[in-house]
Every structure is written in structure tokens, then in C-alpha cells.
Write a protein that binds this ligand. Structure first.
Ligand code: ADP
Ligand code: ZN
Ligand code: ZN
Length: 672
């Protein structure tokens, strides 16, 4: 008699195997003509006859089984985000594991260094500082949650840059390690936080720490994943994908910069790693610590309602003052000739020069890559639109191209206007490339460095450029929001934001929240070491409540004003949303599909709000039309129930609407 086993694939598929397998065991199974990775989900005794109808499990992988905690998390996440169990489970496992044969895994594991579990084996490399009172209270609140039977509300650690949050993470982690437990630390972008990794490694020893993020080679990521799965790595520091790491002795989860948008996946299962971290901690009965200077409004609202427990770090360590913030009213600046030149305050240029003369650095934030966002003919109405998208193509002067930032379509800049033949084609507006060039003209002696996705594409180039900044070889750094995050620039004493208003008037309801976080985080870059840091903001709306709250560094005031608006508008955290997206070749095919879906939803759950489809903010990309429709519910459970009933119907409808190229459901979308 054989004991057939079920291995989880897209929806669980059945396979047979000659002896008992336990749930969570990793196997290789045939699927069509391929052999793929599978996870045993459940097993069942079948008759010989039934068993013979099934394909056999090809091989067992020589690894410990994925534990019940991991499987519970996957099962919840798949259900919540409306994905197949197998799809979610397999996506949560590293690519290297999908390709590994049993023999290769055996070899790999024999080669892995055995890391001692015992505490102190690695020795403490850096001496921790004496904590201040607020830090002590925060660490004590985490430690209380290690006790069996303790209440474990998620903990929000609220404090500005430099208030000592990381030091709290380190102390809480030390306590978890002392108890023989594993610690998971989630960060928004690993490339931008080498300093955090360095601090953990310095405190606990690099050999106890592994990183998990998408920039690792598949082999390395597999090695790190295995170290976590086998319990050898005591600290796992990673980006959003690390939330699904297998951690058999998980004892603490930390989410740094918990408000950051990059915790929300924008493809695949579109899950929120922050939300899954909170859920995982609750399931595993371990503390979760969410750190931020500008918490997401969801988290903030939970802390106000008492569901989360807030821990405040009200002051910067060593009482270093927050930088002074100054608003520059662009409507009062003299307009330069024509529309082609956005304004730039002379006072700001002078301030940069002063810093340079003092050997300090300035950091200019401009959220727009390229030289100019659009080229325009001086004689006719021609503009550099993309033939494949509803968007302008951006002028990149370095290689004299017009590039579409949506579909990638790139062409050399035309010498003459394609419509009228005029040679007088002008760049309109300003991107980072143009700003860097202009600063070179305004301040000929300044050494200017541009940091954005275009200058950091090559492997290692970001690190090299950051090293230049740290070494003081640069006077002015020009960059997109990537420069606002995480870097500890000790010589920067002036930070300026040049075009924040574009975010202020975005159609996305989360844009103000993001802008406030970005500006306060950027402000945190000014004068971390000493006092005297300044933040300048060029805006046409200096009276806007967001900027007024920013002047006072008043996150709480900003949050309460935003929460009022959200409540009045029926938006998160006072409502729960799901967004169904669809793309089609013809303009109206996706719309018609979504309209049919909305109608069906309306019948299934009339108590929810089913909105008609609307075009995506960039309605056409690469010749495909993008539409979306929104479902809204004041409470989560009815939304979950409705989605459960609705998705099979959507699947049916998608089969009937042949023109739909792809569609996806996004539960708790990051914006609409
Ligand atoms: P945050 O994570 O909130 O930006 P950090 O934990 O990085 O703050 O602290 C800022 C700086 O102050 C770091 O250099 C850190 O080593 C130092 N620091 C933190 N807490 C203390 C303390 N209690 N005593 C002395 N220095 C501290
Ligand atoms: Zn023309
Ligand atoms: Zn395009």
C-alpha cells in the first residue's frame, strides 16, 4: 500500500508517495513536462487504485519541513490577498530553492559553516551606549512581551531621525537573542541601509546575521534563506520579501520606517509586508516593533484607538536640535524668461555657496529624473509625447535621448520639430540632470553630484557615489527621493526640496502623507551631527496646512488633520478598499470587463460600494489601456467575504472577455 501525499501547487495538487510525509516537507514533483518545487500541505491515506491514478513525488529535498507557523502565515496571506495557496507559498520561497536538486542541497548544506546557537558565542563587538529614559521604557515594553501569557499589542516606536530608535531595536534584539530566539528586521530598501546592517553586525557579530533582499544572487539568497530556515542565522535583516522567511525560532519582528511605501508589493500578490509582519507576530505570539518618525495613518489611528501601544522617543539623542525649516514662496520669486525655466530662489543659491565655503554640504531634492520632463517646439504645438503611452517623453541630455519613463521607448532627440521642421526645440521644466548643470553655472566652484536611478544603475555605483559624499569630495548633492532615505550624511547642513507641490496636488489620496514623511525624513538628513541644520522648501502654497505643520515638525497635528479628511471622505483607515485592475489592447475592453465585474459584485454584496471603472492615472502604457475599479467597505470582514465570493466570478468573466490582457486584484491598495 502506498501513502499518497498532497503537495501544494497552484491550488493543492495530489501526488502519491510510498511513505508518510509531514506537512511542510519540500518535494520535487512533476507538473506537465517539468519538474517543480512543491510543499507538502496535507496527507491522506488512499486505496491502491486511487493512488495509481496519481503521479508520484519525484524526490524529497533533504531539508527540515517548513513549520506550522510558516504554513499558517502563507494560508492566511493567500486567502487575504485572494491568491492561490500554492502560488503564494512558492513565491515566498527563494528562486534558488526552486532550481535545487536534492544532491545540490546536500552539498550546499555540508559546506555551510555551523554557527553556534549559544548566546555570546560571537562576542559583543560594539559596546552599547547607556539608554536614556525613553529608550529604556521602550525596551522594557518590548521585553515585557517576551513573557508567556503577556498581552502583545503591536508596538509603535515613534521618534524623529536621531531619536535613538535603532538603539532600541538593538537592545530588544539582544534580549531576544539572549533567549535563544531569532529576530527579523524589515527595512524598506536594503541598498539604502547598509549602515543599519553594519550596526547590527558590529553589535552582534556579522556571522550571526544574514540579509534577504532581491539584489542578492540566487545562490547567495538561497544560502541566507537556508541559514534562517535551519535556525543558524539569529538575525535576518531584509526587505519586504523577508517577511515570508522561514524562521523556526522567531522571537521578535522589527519594521523600520514602517510607513514606507516599498513595504507594499506592487506586483504578484501585492501584499503589505508591514501588515503581514503584524499578523505574523500575532500568530507566533511574539512582539512586533514598528518604528517611524511619520507613521502610516493606519498605524497612527491604531495607536490612537489603543489597538497598538505607542512608545515615544520625544527627543534627539544628545538633544541635537531639529533643523530649522524655512518656506520659500515661489509665487514671489522673479519669473525667469519664458515658461522654460522653473523658479529658483537666489537666497537658496547663496546659502549653498555659504555651506561650500564652510566645508559643509547641501542636498537638493527634486523628484524628477532627466533633464526636462518635456520638449516643446517654439513654433508649433508639438510636444515630446510618447507614441505608445498617454505621457510625455523625458529629455535626457547626457545621451541626447527622449525616453518614456513608463514604457521605456527611447529615441534620439530630433534635430527639427517632427511637425513643422523648426529647429528651435526647447526643454520645458527641470529634472535632476538640468538642476545639476544649472548649479554648475550658478556656483562654478561647487563640486556637484547627481544621485538618481540614472546615475546609480551600474552595480556598486551607488555605494561609490555615497562614499564620495561621505569623504567630503562633493559640495552639492542633487537627487530624487532616494537621497532622503536612510543615509547618515554627517556633513550635510542644508537640505532643500524644490518641487514638492507636484505631490501636493496628486490625485492619490496618500500623496500628502507621503510628502510629509519624505520632507520630514529629508529634514532629518540636515545636521545630524551638530546643530545649525536648515531645511528650505520652495513652494507656491506656503500657507498649506501640510507645510504649516511641517514648520512646527508637528506630525501629530498633521495626522489628525489628515485623519479628519479621510474620515469625511470615507477613505482608509476608516474604510477598507480593494482595487480590481485590468489592461486591454482596445480602449474599452478592460472597462467593459470591469463594469461587468462591478455589476456582479453589486448583486453579490449590495451592502458594499462598487464603483464604476475609471482609467488609470496614466491611461495608456505601451499601447495598452489600463482601467481600475474600486470596492469599498466600512469594515474588513464584509469586504473579505465579498471578495471570496466575487473572485471566482471575476475569473469566469475574464474568460469571457477575451480582449482583457491581464487583470489583478489589489487588496488594501497603496493608492487609488
Ligand atoms: P534613529 O534610529 O532614531 O535615527 P539612532 O538609534 O540611530 O536613532 O541614534 C542616533 C545616534 O545616537 C546614533 O549614532 C546612536 O549610536 C546614538 N545613540 C542612540 N542612543 C544613544 C544613547 N542612549 N546614548 C548615546 N548615544 C546614543
Ligand atoms: Zn513645430
Ligand atoms: Zn511610453
Amino acid at each position: 500500500m502506498s501513502l499518497p501525499q498532497h503537495a501544494g501547487l497552484d491550488t493543492a495538487l495530489d501526488y502519491r508517495y510510498g511513505e508518510a510525509l509531514s506537512p511542510g516537507q519540500l518535494v520535487r514533483v512533476p507538473l506537465g513536462r517539468r519538474e517543480v518545487l512543491g510543499v507538502v500541505w496535507a496527507s491522506e491515506l488512499l486505496s491502491e487504485e486511487e493512488a495509481q491514478a496519481l503521479k508520484p513525488v519525484q524526490a524529497l529535498l533533504p531539508l527540515p519541513a517548513l513549520d506550522a507557523g510558516w504554513r499558517r502565515l502563507v494560508a492566511f496571506a493567500a486567502g487575504y490577498y485572494q491568491r492561490g495557496l500554492g502560488e503564494f507559498a512558492l513565491q515566498a520561497l527563494p528562486v534558488g530553492l526552486h532550481q535545487a536538486t536534492p544532491a545540490a542541497l546536500q552539498r550546499r548544506q555540508r559546506a555551510m559553516p555551523q554557527v553556534a546557537h549559544s548566546v555570546g558565542a560571537a562576542g559583543l563587538a560594539s559596546e552599547p551606549p547607556m539608554l536614556n529614559e525613553a529608550q529604556l521604557a521602550a525596551v522594557a515594553a518590548v521585553c515585557a512581551q517576551f513573557e508567556p501569557g503577556a498581552a502583545r499589542p503591536p508596538l509603535l516606536l515613534w521618534g524623529v531621525t536621531g531619536s535613538g530608535k535603532t538603539e532600541v531595536y538593538l537592545h530588544a534584539a539582544a534580549e531576544a537573542l539572549a533567549r535563544g530566539l531569532q529576530v527579523l528586521v524589515l527595512v524598506p530598501e536594503i541598498n539604502l541601509t547598509p549602515q543599519l546592517e553594519a550596526r547590527f553586525a558590529a553589535r552582534f557579530g556579522a556571522e550571526r546575521l544574514v540579509t534577504l533582499h532581491s539584489a542578492l544572487t540566487p545562490a547567495r539568497r538561497l544560502r541566507h534563506w537556508l541559514a534562517a530556515h535551519r535556525g543558524e542565522a539569529q538575525l535576518v535583516l531584509g526587505t519586504r520579501l523577508a517577511v515570508m522567511a522561514s524562521l523556526p525560532r522567531l522571537g521578535l519582528i522589527v519594521v523600520d520606517e514602517e510607513h514606507d511605501a516599498s513595504f507594499k508589493a506592487q506586483d504578484g500578490a501585492r501584499h503589505s509586508a508591514r501588515d503581514l509582519a503584524v499578523l505574523r507576530a500575532a500568530q507566533a505570539e511574539v512582539p512586533v516593533l514598528l518604528g517611524s518618525a511619520t507613521p502610516s495613518l493606519e498605524t497612527w489611528q491604531h495607536s490612537l484607538s489603543g489597538r497598538y501601544h505607542r512608545l515615544d522617543l520625544p527627543q534627539r539623542v544628545n538633544a541635537a536640535p531639529l533643523p530649522a525649516i524655512r518656506l520659500l514662496d515661489t509665487t514671489r520669486l522673479p519669473r525667469s524668461k519664458g515658461v522654460a525655466q522653473p523658479p529658483m530662489a537666489q537666497a537658496l543659491i547663496d546659502a549653498m555657496e555659504q555651506r561650500r565655503l564652510r566645508g559643509e554640504q547641501s542636498l537638493l531634492l527634486l523628484n524628477r529624473r532627466g533633464y526636462a520632463p518635456v520638449l516643446q517646439c517654439g513654433a508649433c504645438a508639438w510636444k515630446s509625447d510618447c507614441p505608445h503611452c498617454s505621457a510625455w517623453r523625458v529629455f535626457h541630455k547626457g545621451d541626447r535621448t527622449l525616453r518614456c519613463h513608463h514604457c521605456g521607448f527611447t529615441e534620439p532627440v530630433p534635430k527639427r520639430c517632427p511637425d513643422c521642421g523648426n529647429t528651435d526645440i526647447l526643454p520645458v521644466g527641470r529634472g535632476t540632470e538640468r538642476l545639476a548643470e544649472q548649479i554648475g553655472e550658478w556656483l562654478p566652484q561647487a563640486r556637484v553630484l547627481r544621485l538618481d536611478a540614472d546615475t546609480t544603475r551600474a552595480v556598486g555605483s551607488l555605494e561609490a557615489q555615497l562614499a564620495q559624499v561621505h569623504a567630503g569630495e562633493v559640495d552639492v548633492v542633487v537627487g530624487t527621493q532616494m537621497i532622503a532615505k536612510g543615509h547618515d550624511f554627517r556633513r550635510v547642513s542644508l537640505v532643500a526640496a524644490l518641487n514638492p507641490d507636484t505631490m501636493l496636488f496628486s490625485s492619490d489620496f496618500r500623496a500628502p502623507e507621503r510628502l510629509f514623511a519624505l520632507l520630514l525624513q529629508a529634514a532629518g538628513r540636515a545636521g545630524r551631527a551638530g546643530g545649525g541644520g536648515e531645511v528650505w522648501i520652495q513652494t507656491g502654497q506656503p500657507q498649506h496646512p501640510l507645510f504649516q505643520a511641517l514648520l512646527r515638525s508637528d506630525y501629530a497635528g498633521f495626522a489628525s488633520q489628515q485623519l479628519e479628511e479621510r474620515q469625511a471622505a470615507g477613505l482608509p483607515p476608516f474604510a477598507h478598499l480593494a482595487l480590481l485592475r485590468a489592461d486591454s489592447r482596445e480602449q474599452l475592453q478592460a472597462r467593459d470587463f470591469l463594469a461587468a465585474c462591478a455589476e456582479l459584485g453589486q448583486q453579490l454584496a449590495p451592502e458594499l460600494s462598487w464603483y464604476p471603472p475609471v482609467p488609470h492615472p496614466v491611461a495608456r502604457v505601451a499601447n495598452q489601456w489600463r482601467w481600475q475599479m474600486l470596492v469599498e467597505s466600512p469594515h474588513r470582514p464584509p469586504l473579505q467575504r465579498a471578495l471570496q465570493a466575487w473572485m471566482p466570478e471575476v475569473l469566469q468573466l475574464a474568460r469571457q472577455h477575451r480582449g482583457v490582457l491581464r487583470w489583478a486584484i489589489d487588496v488594501d491598495p497603496s493608492g487609488i
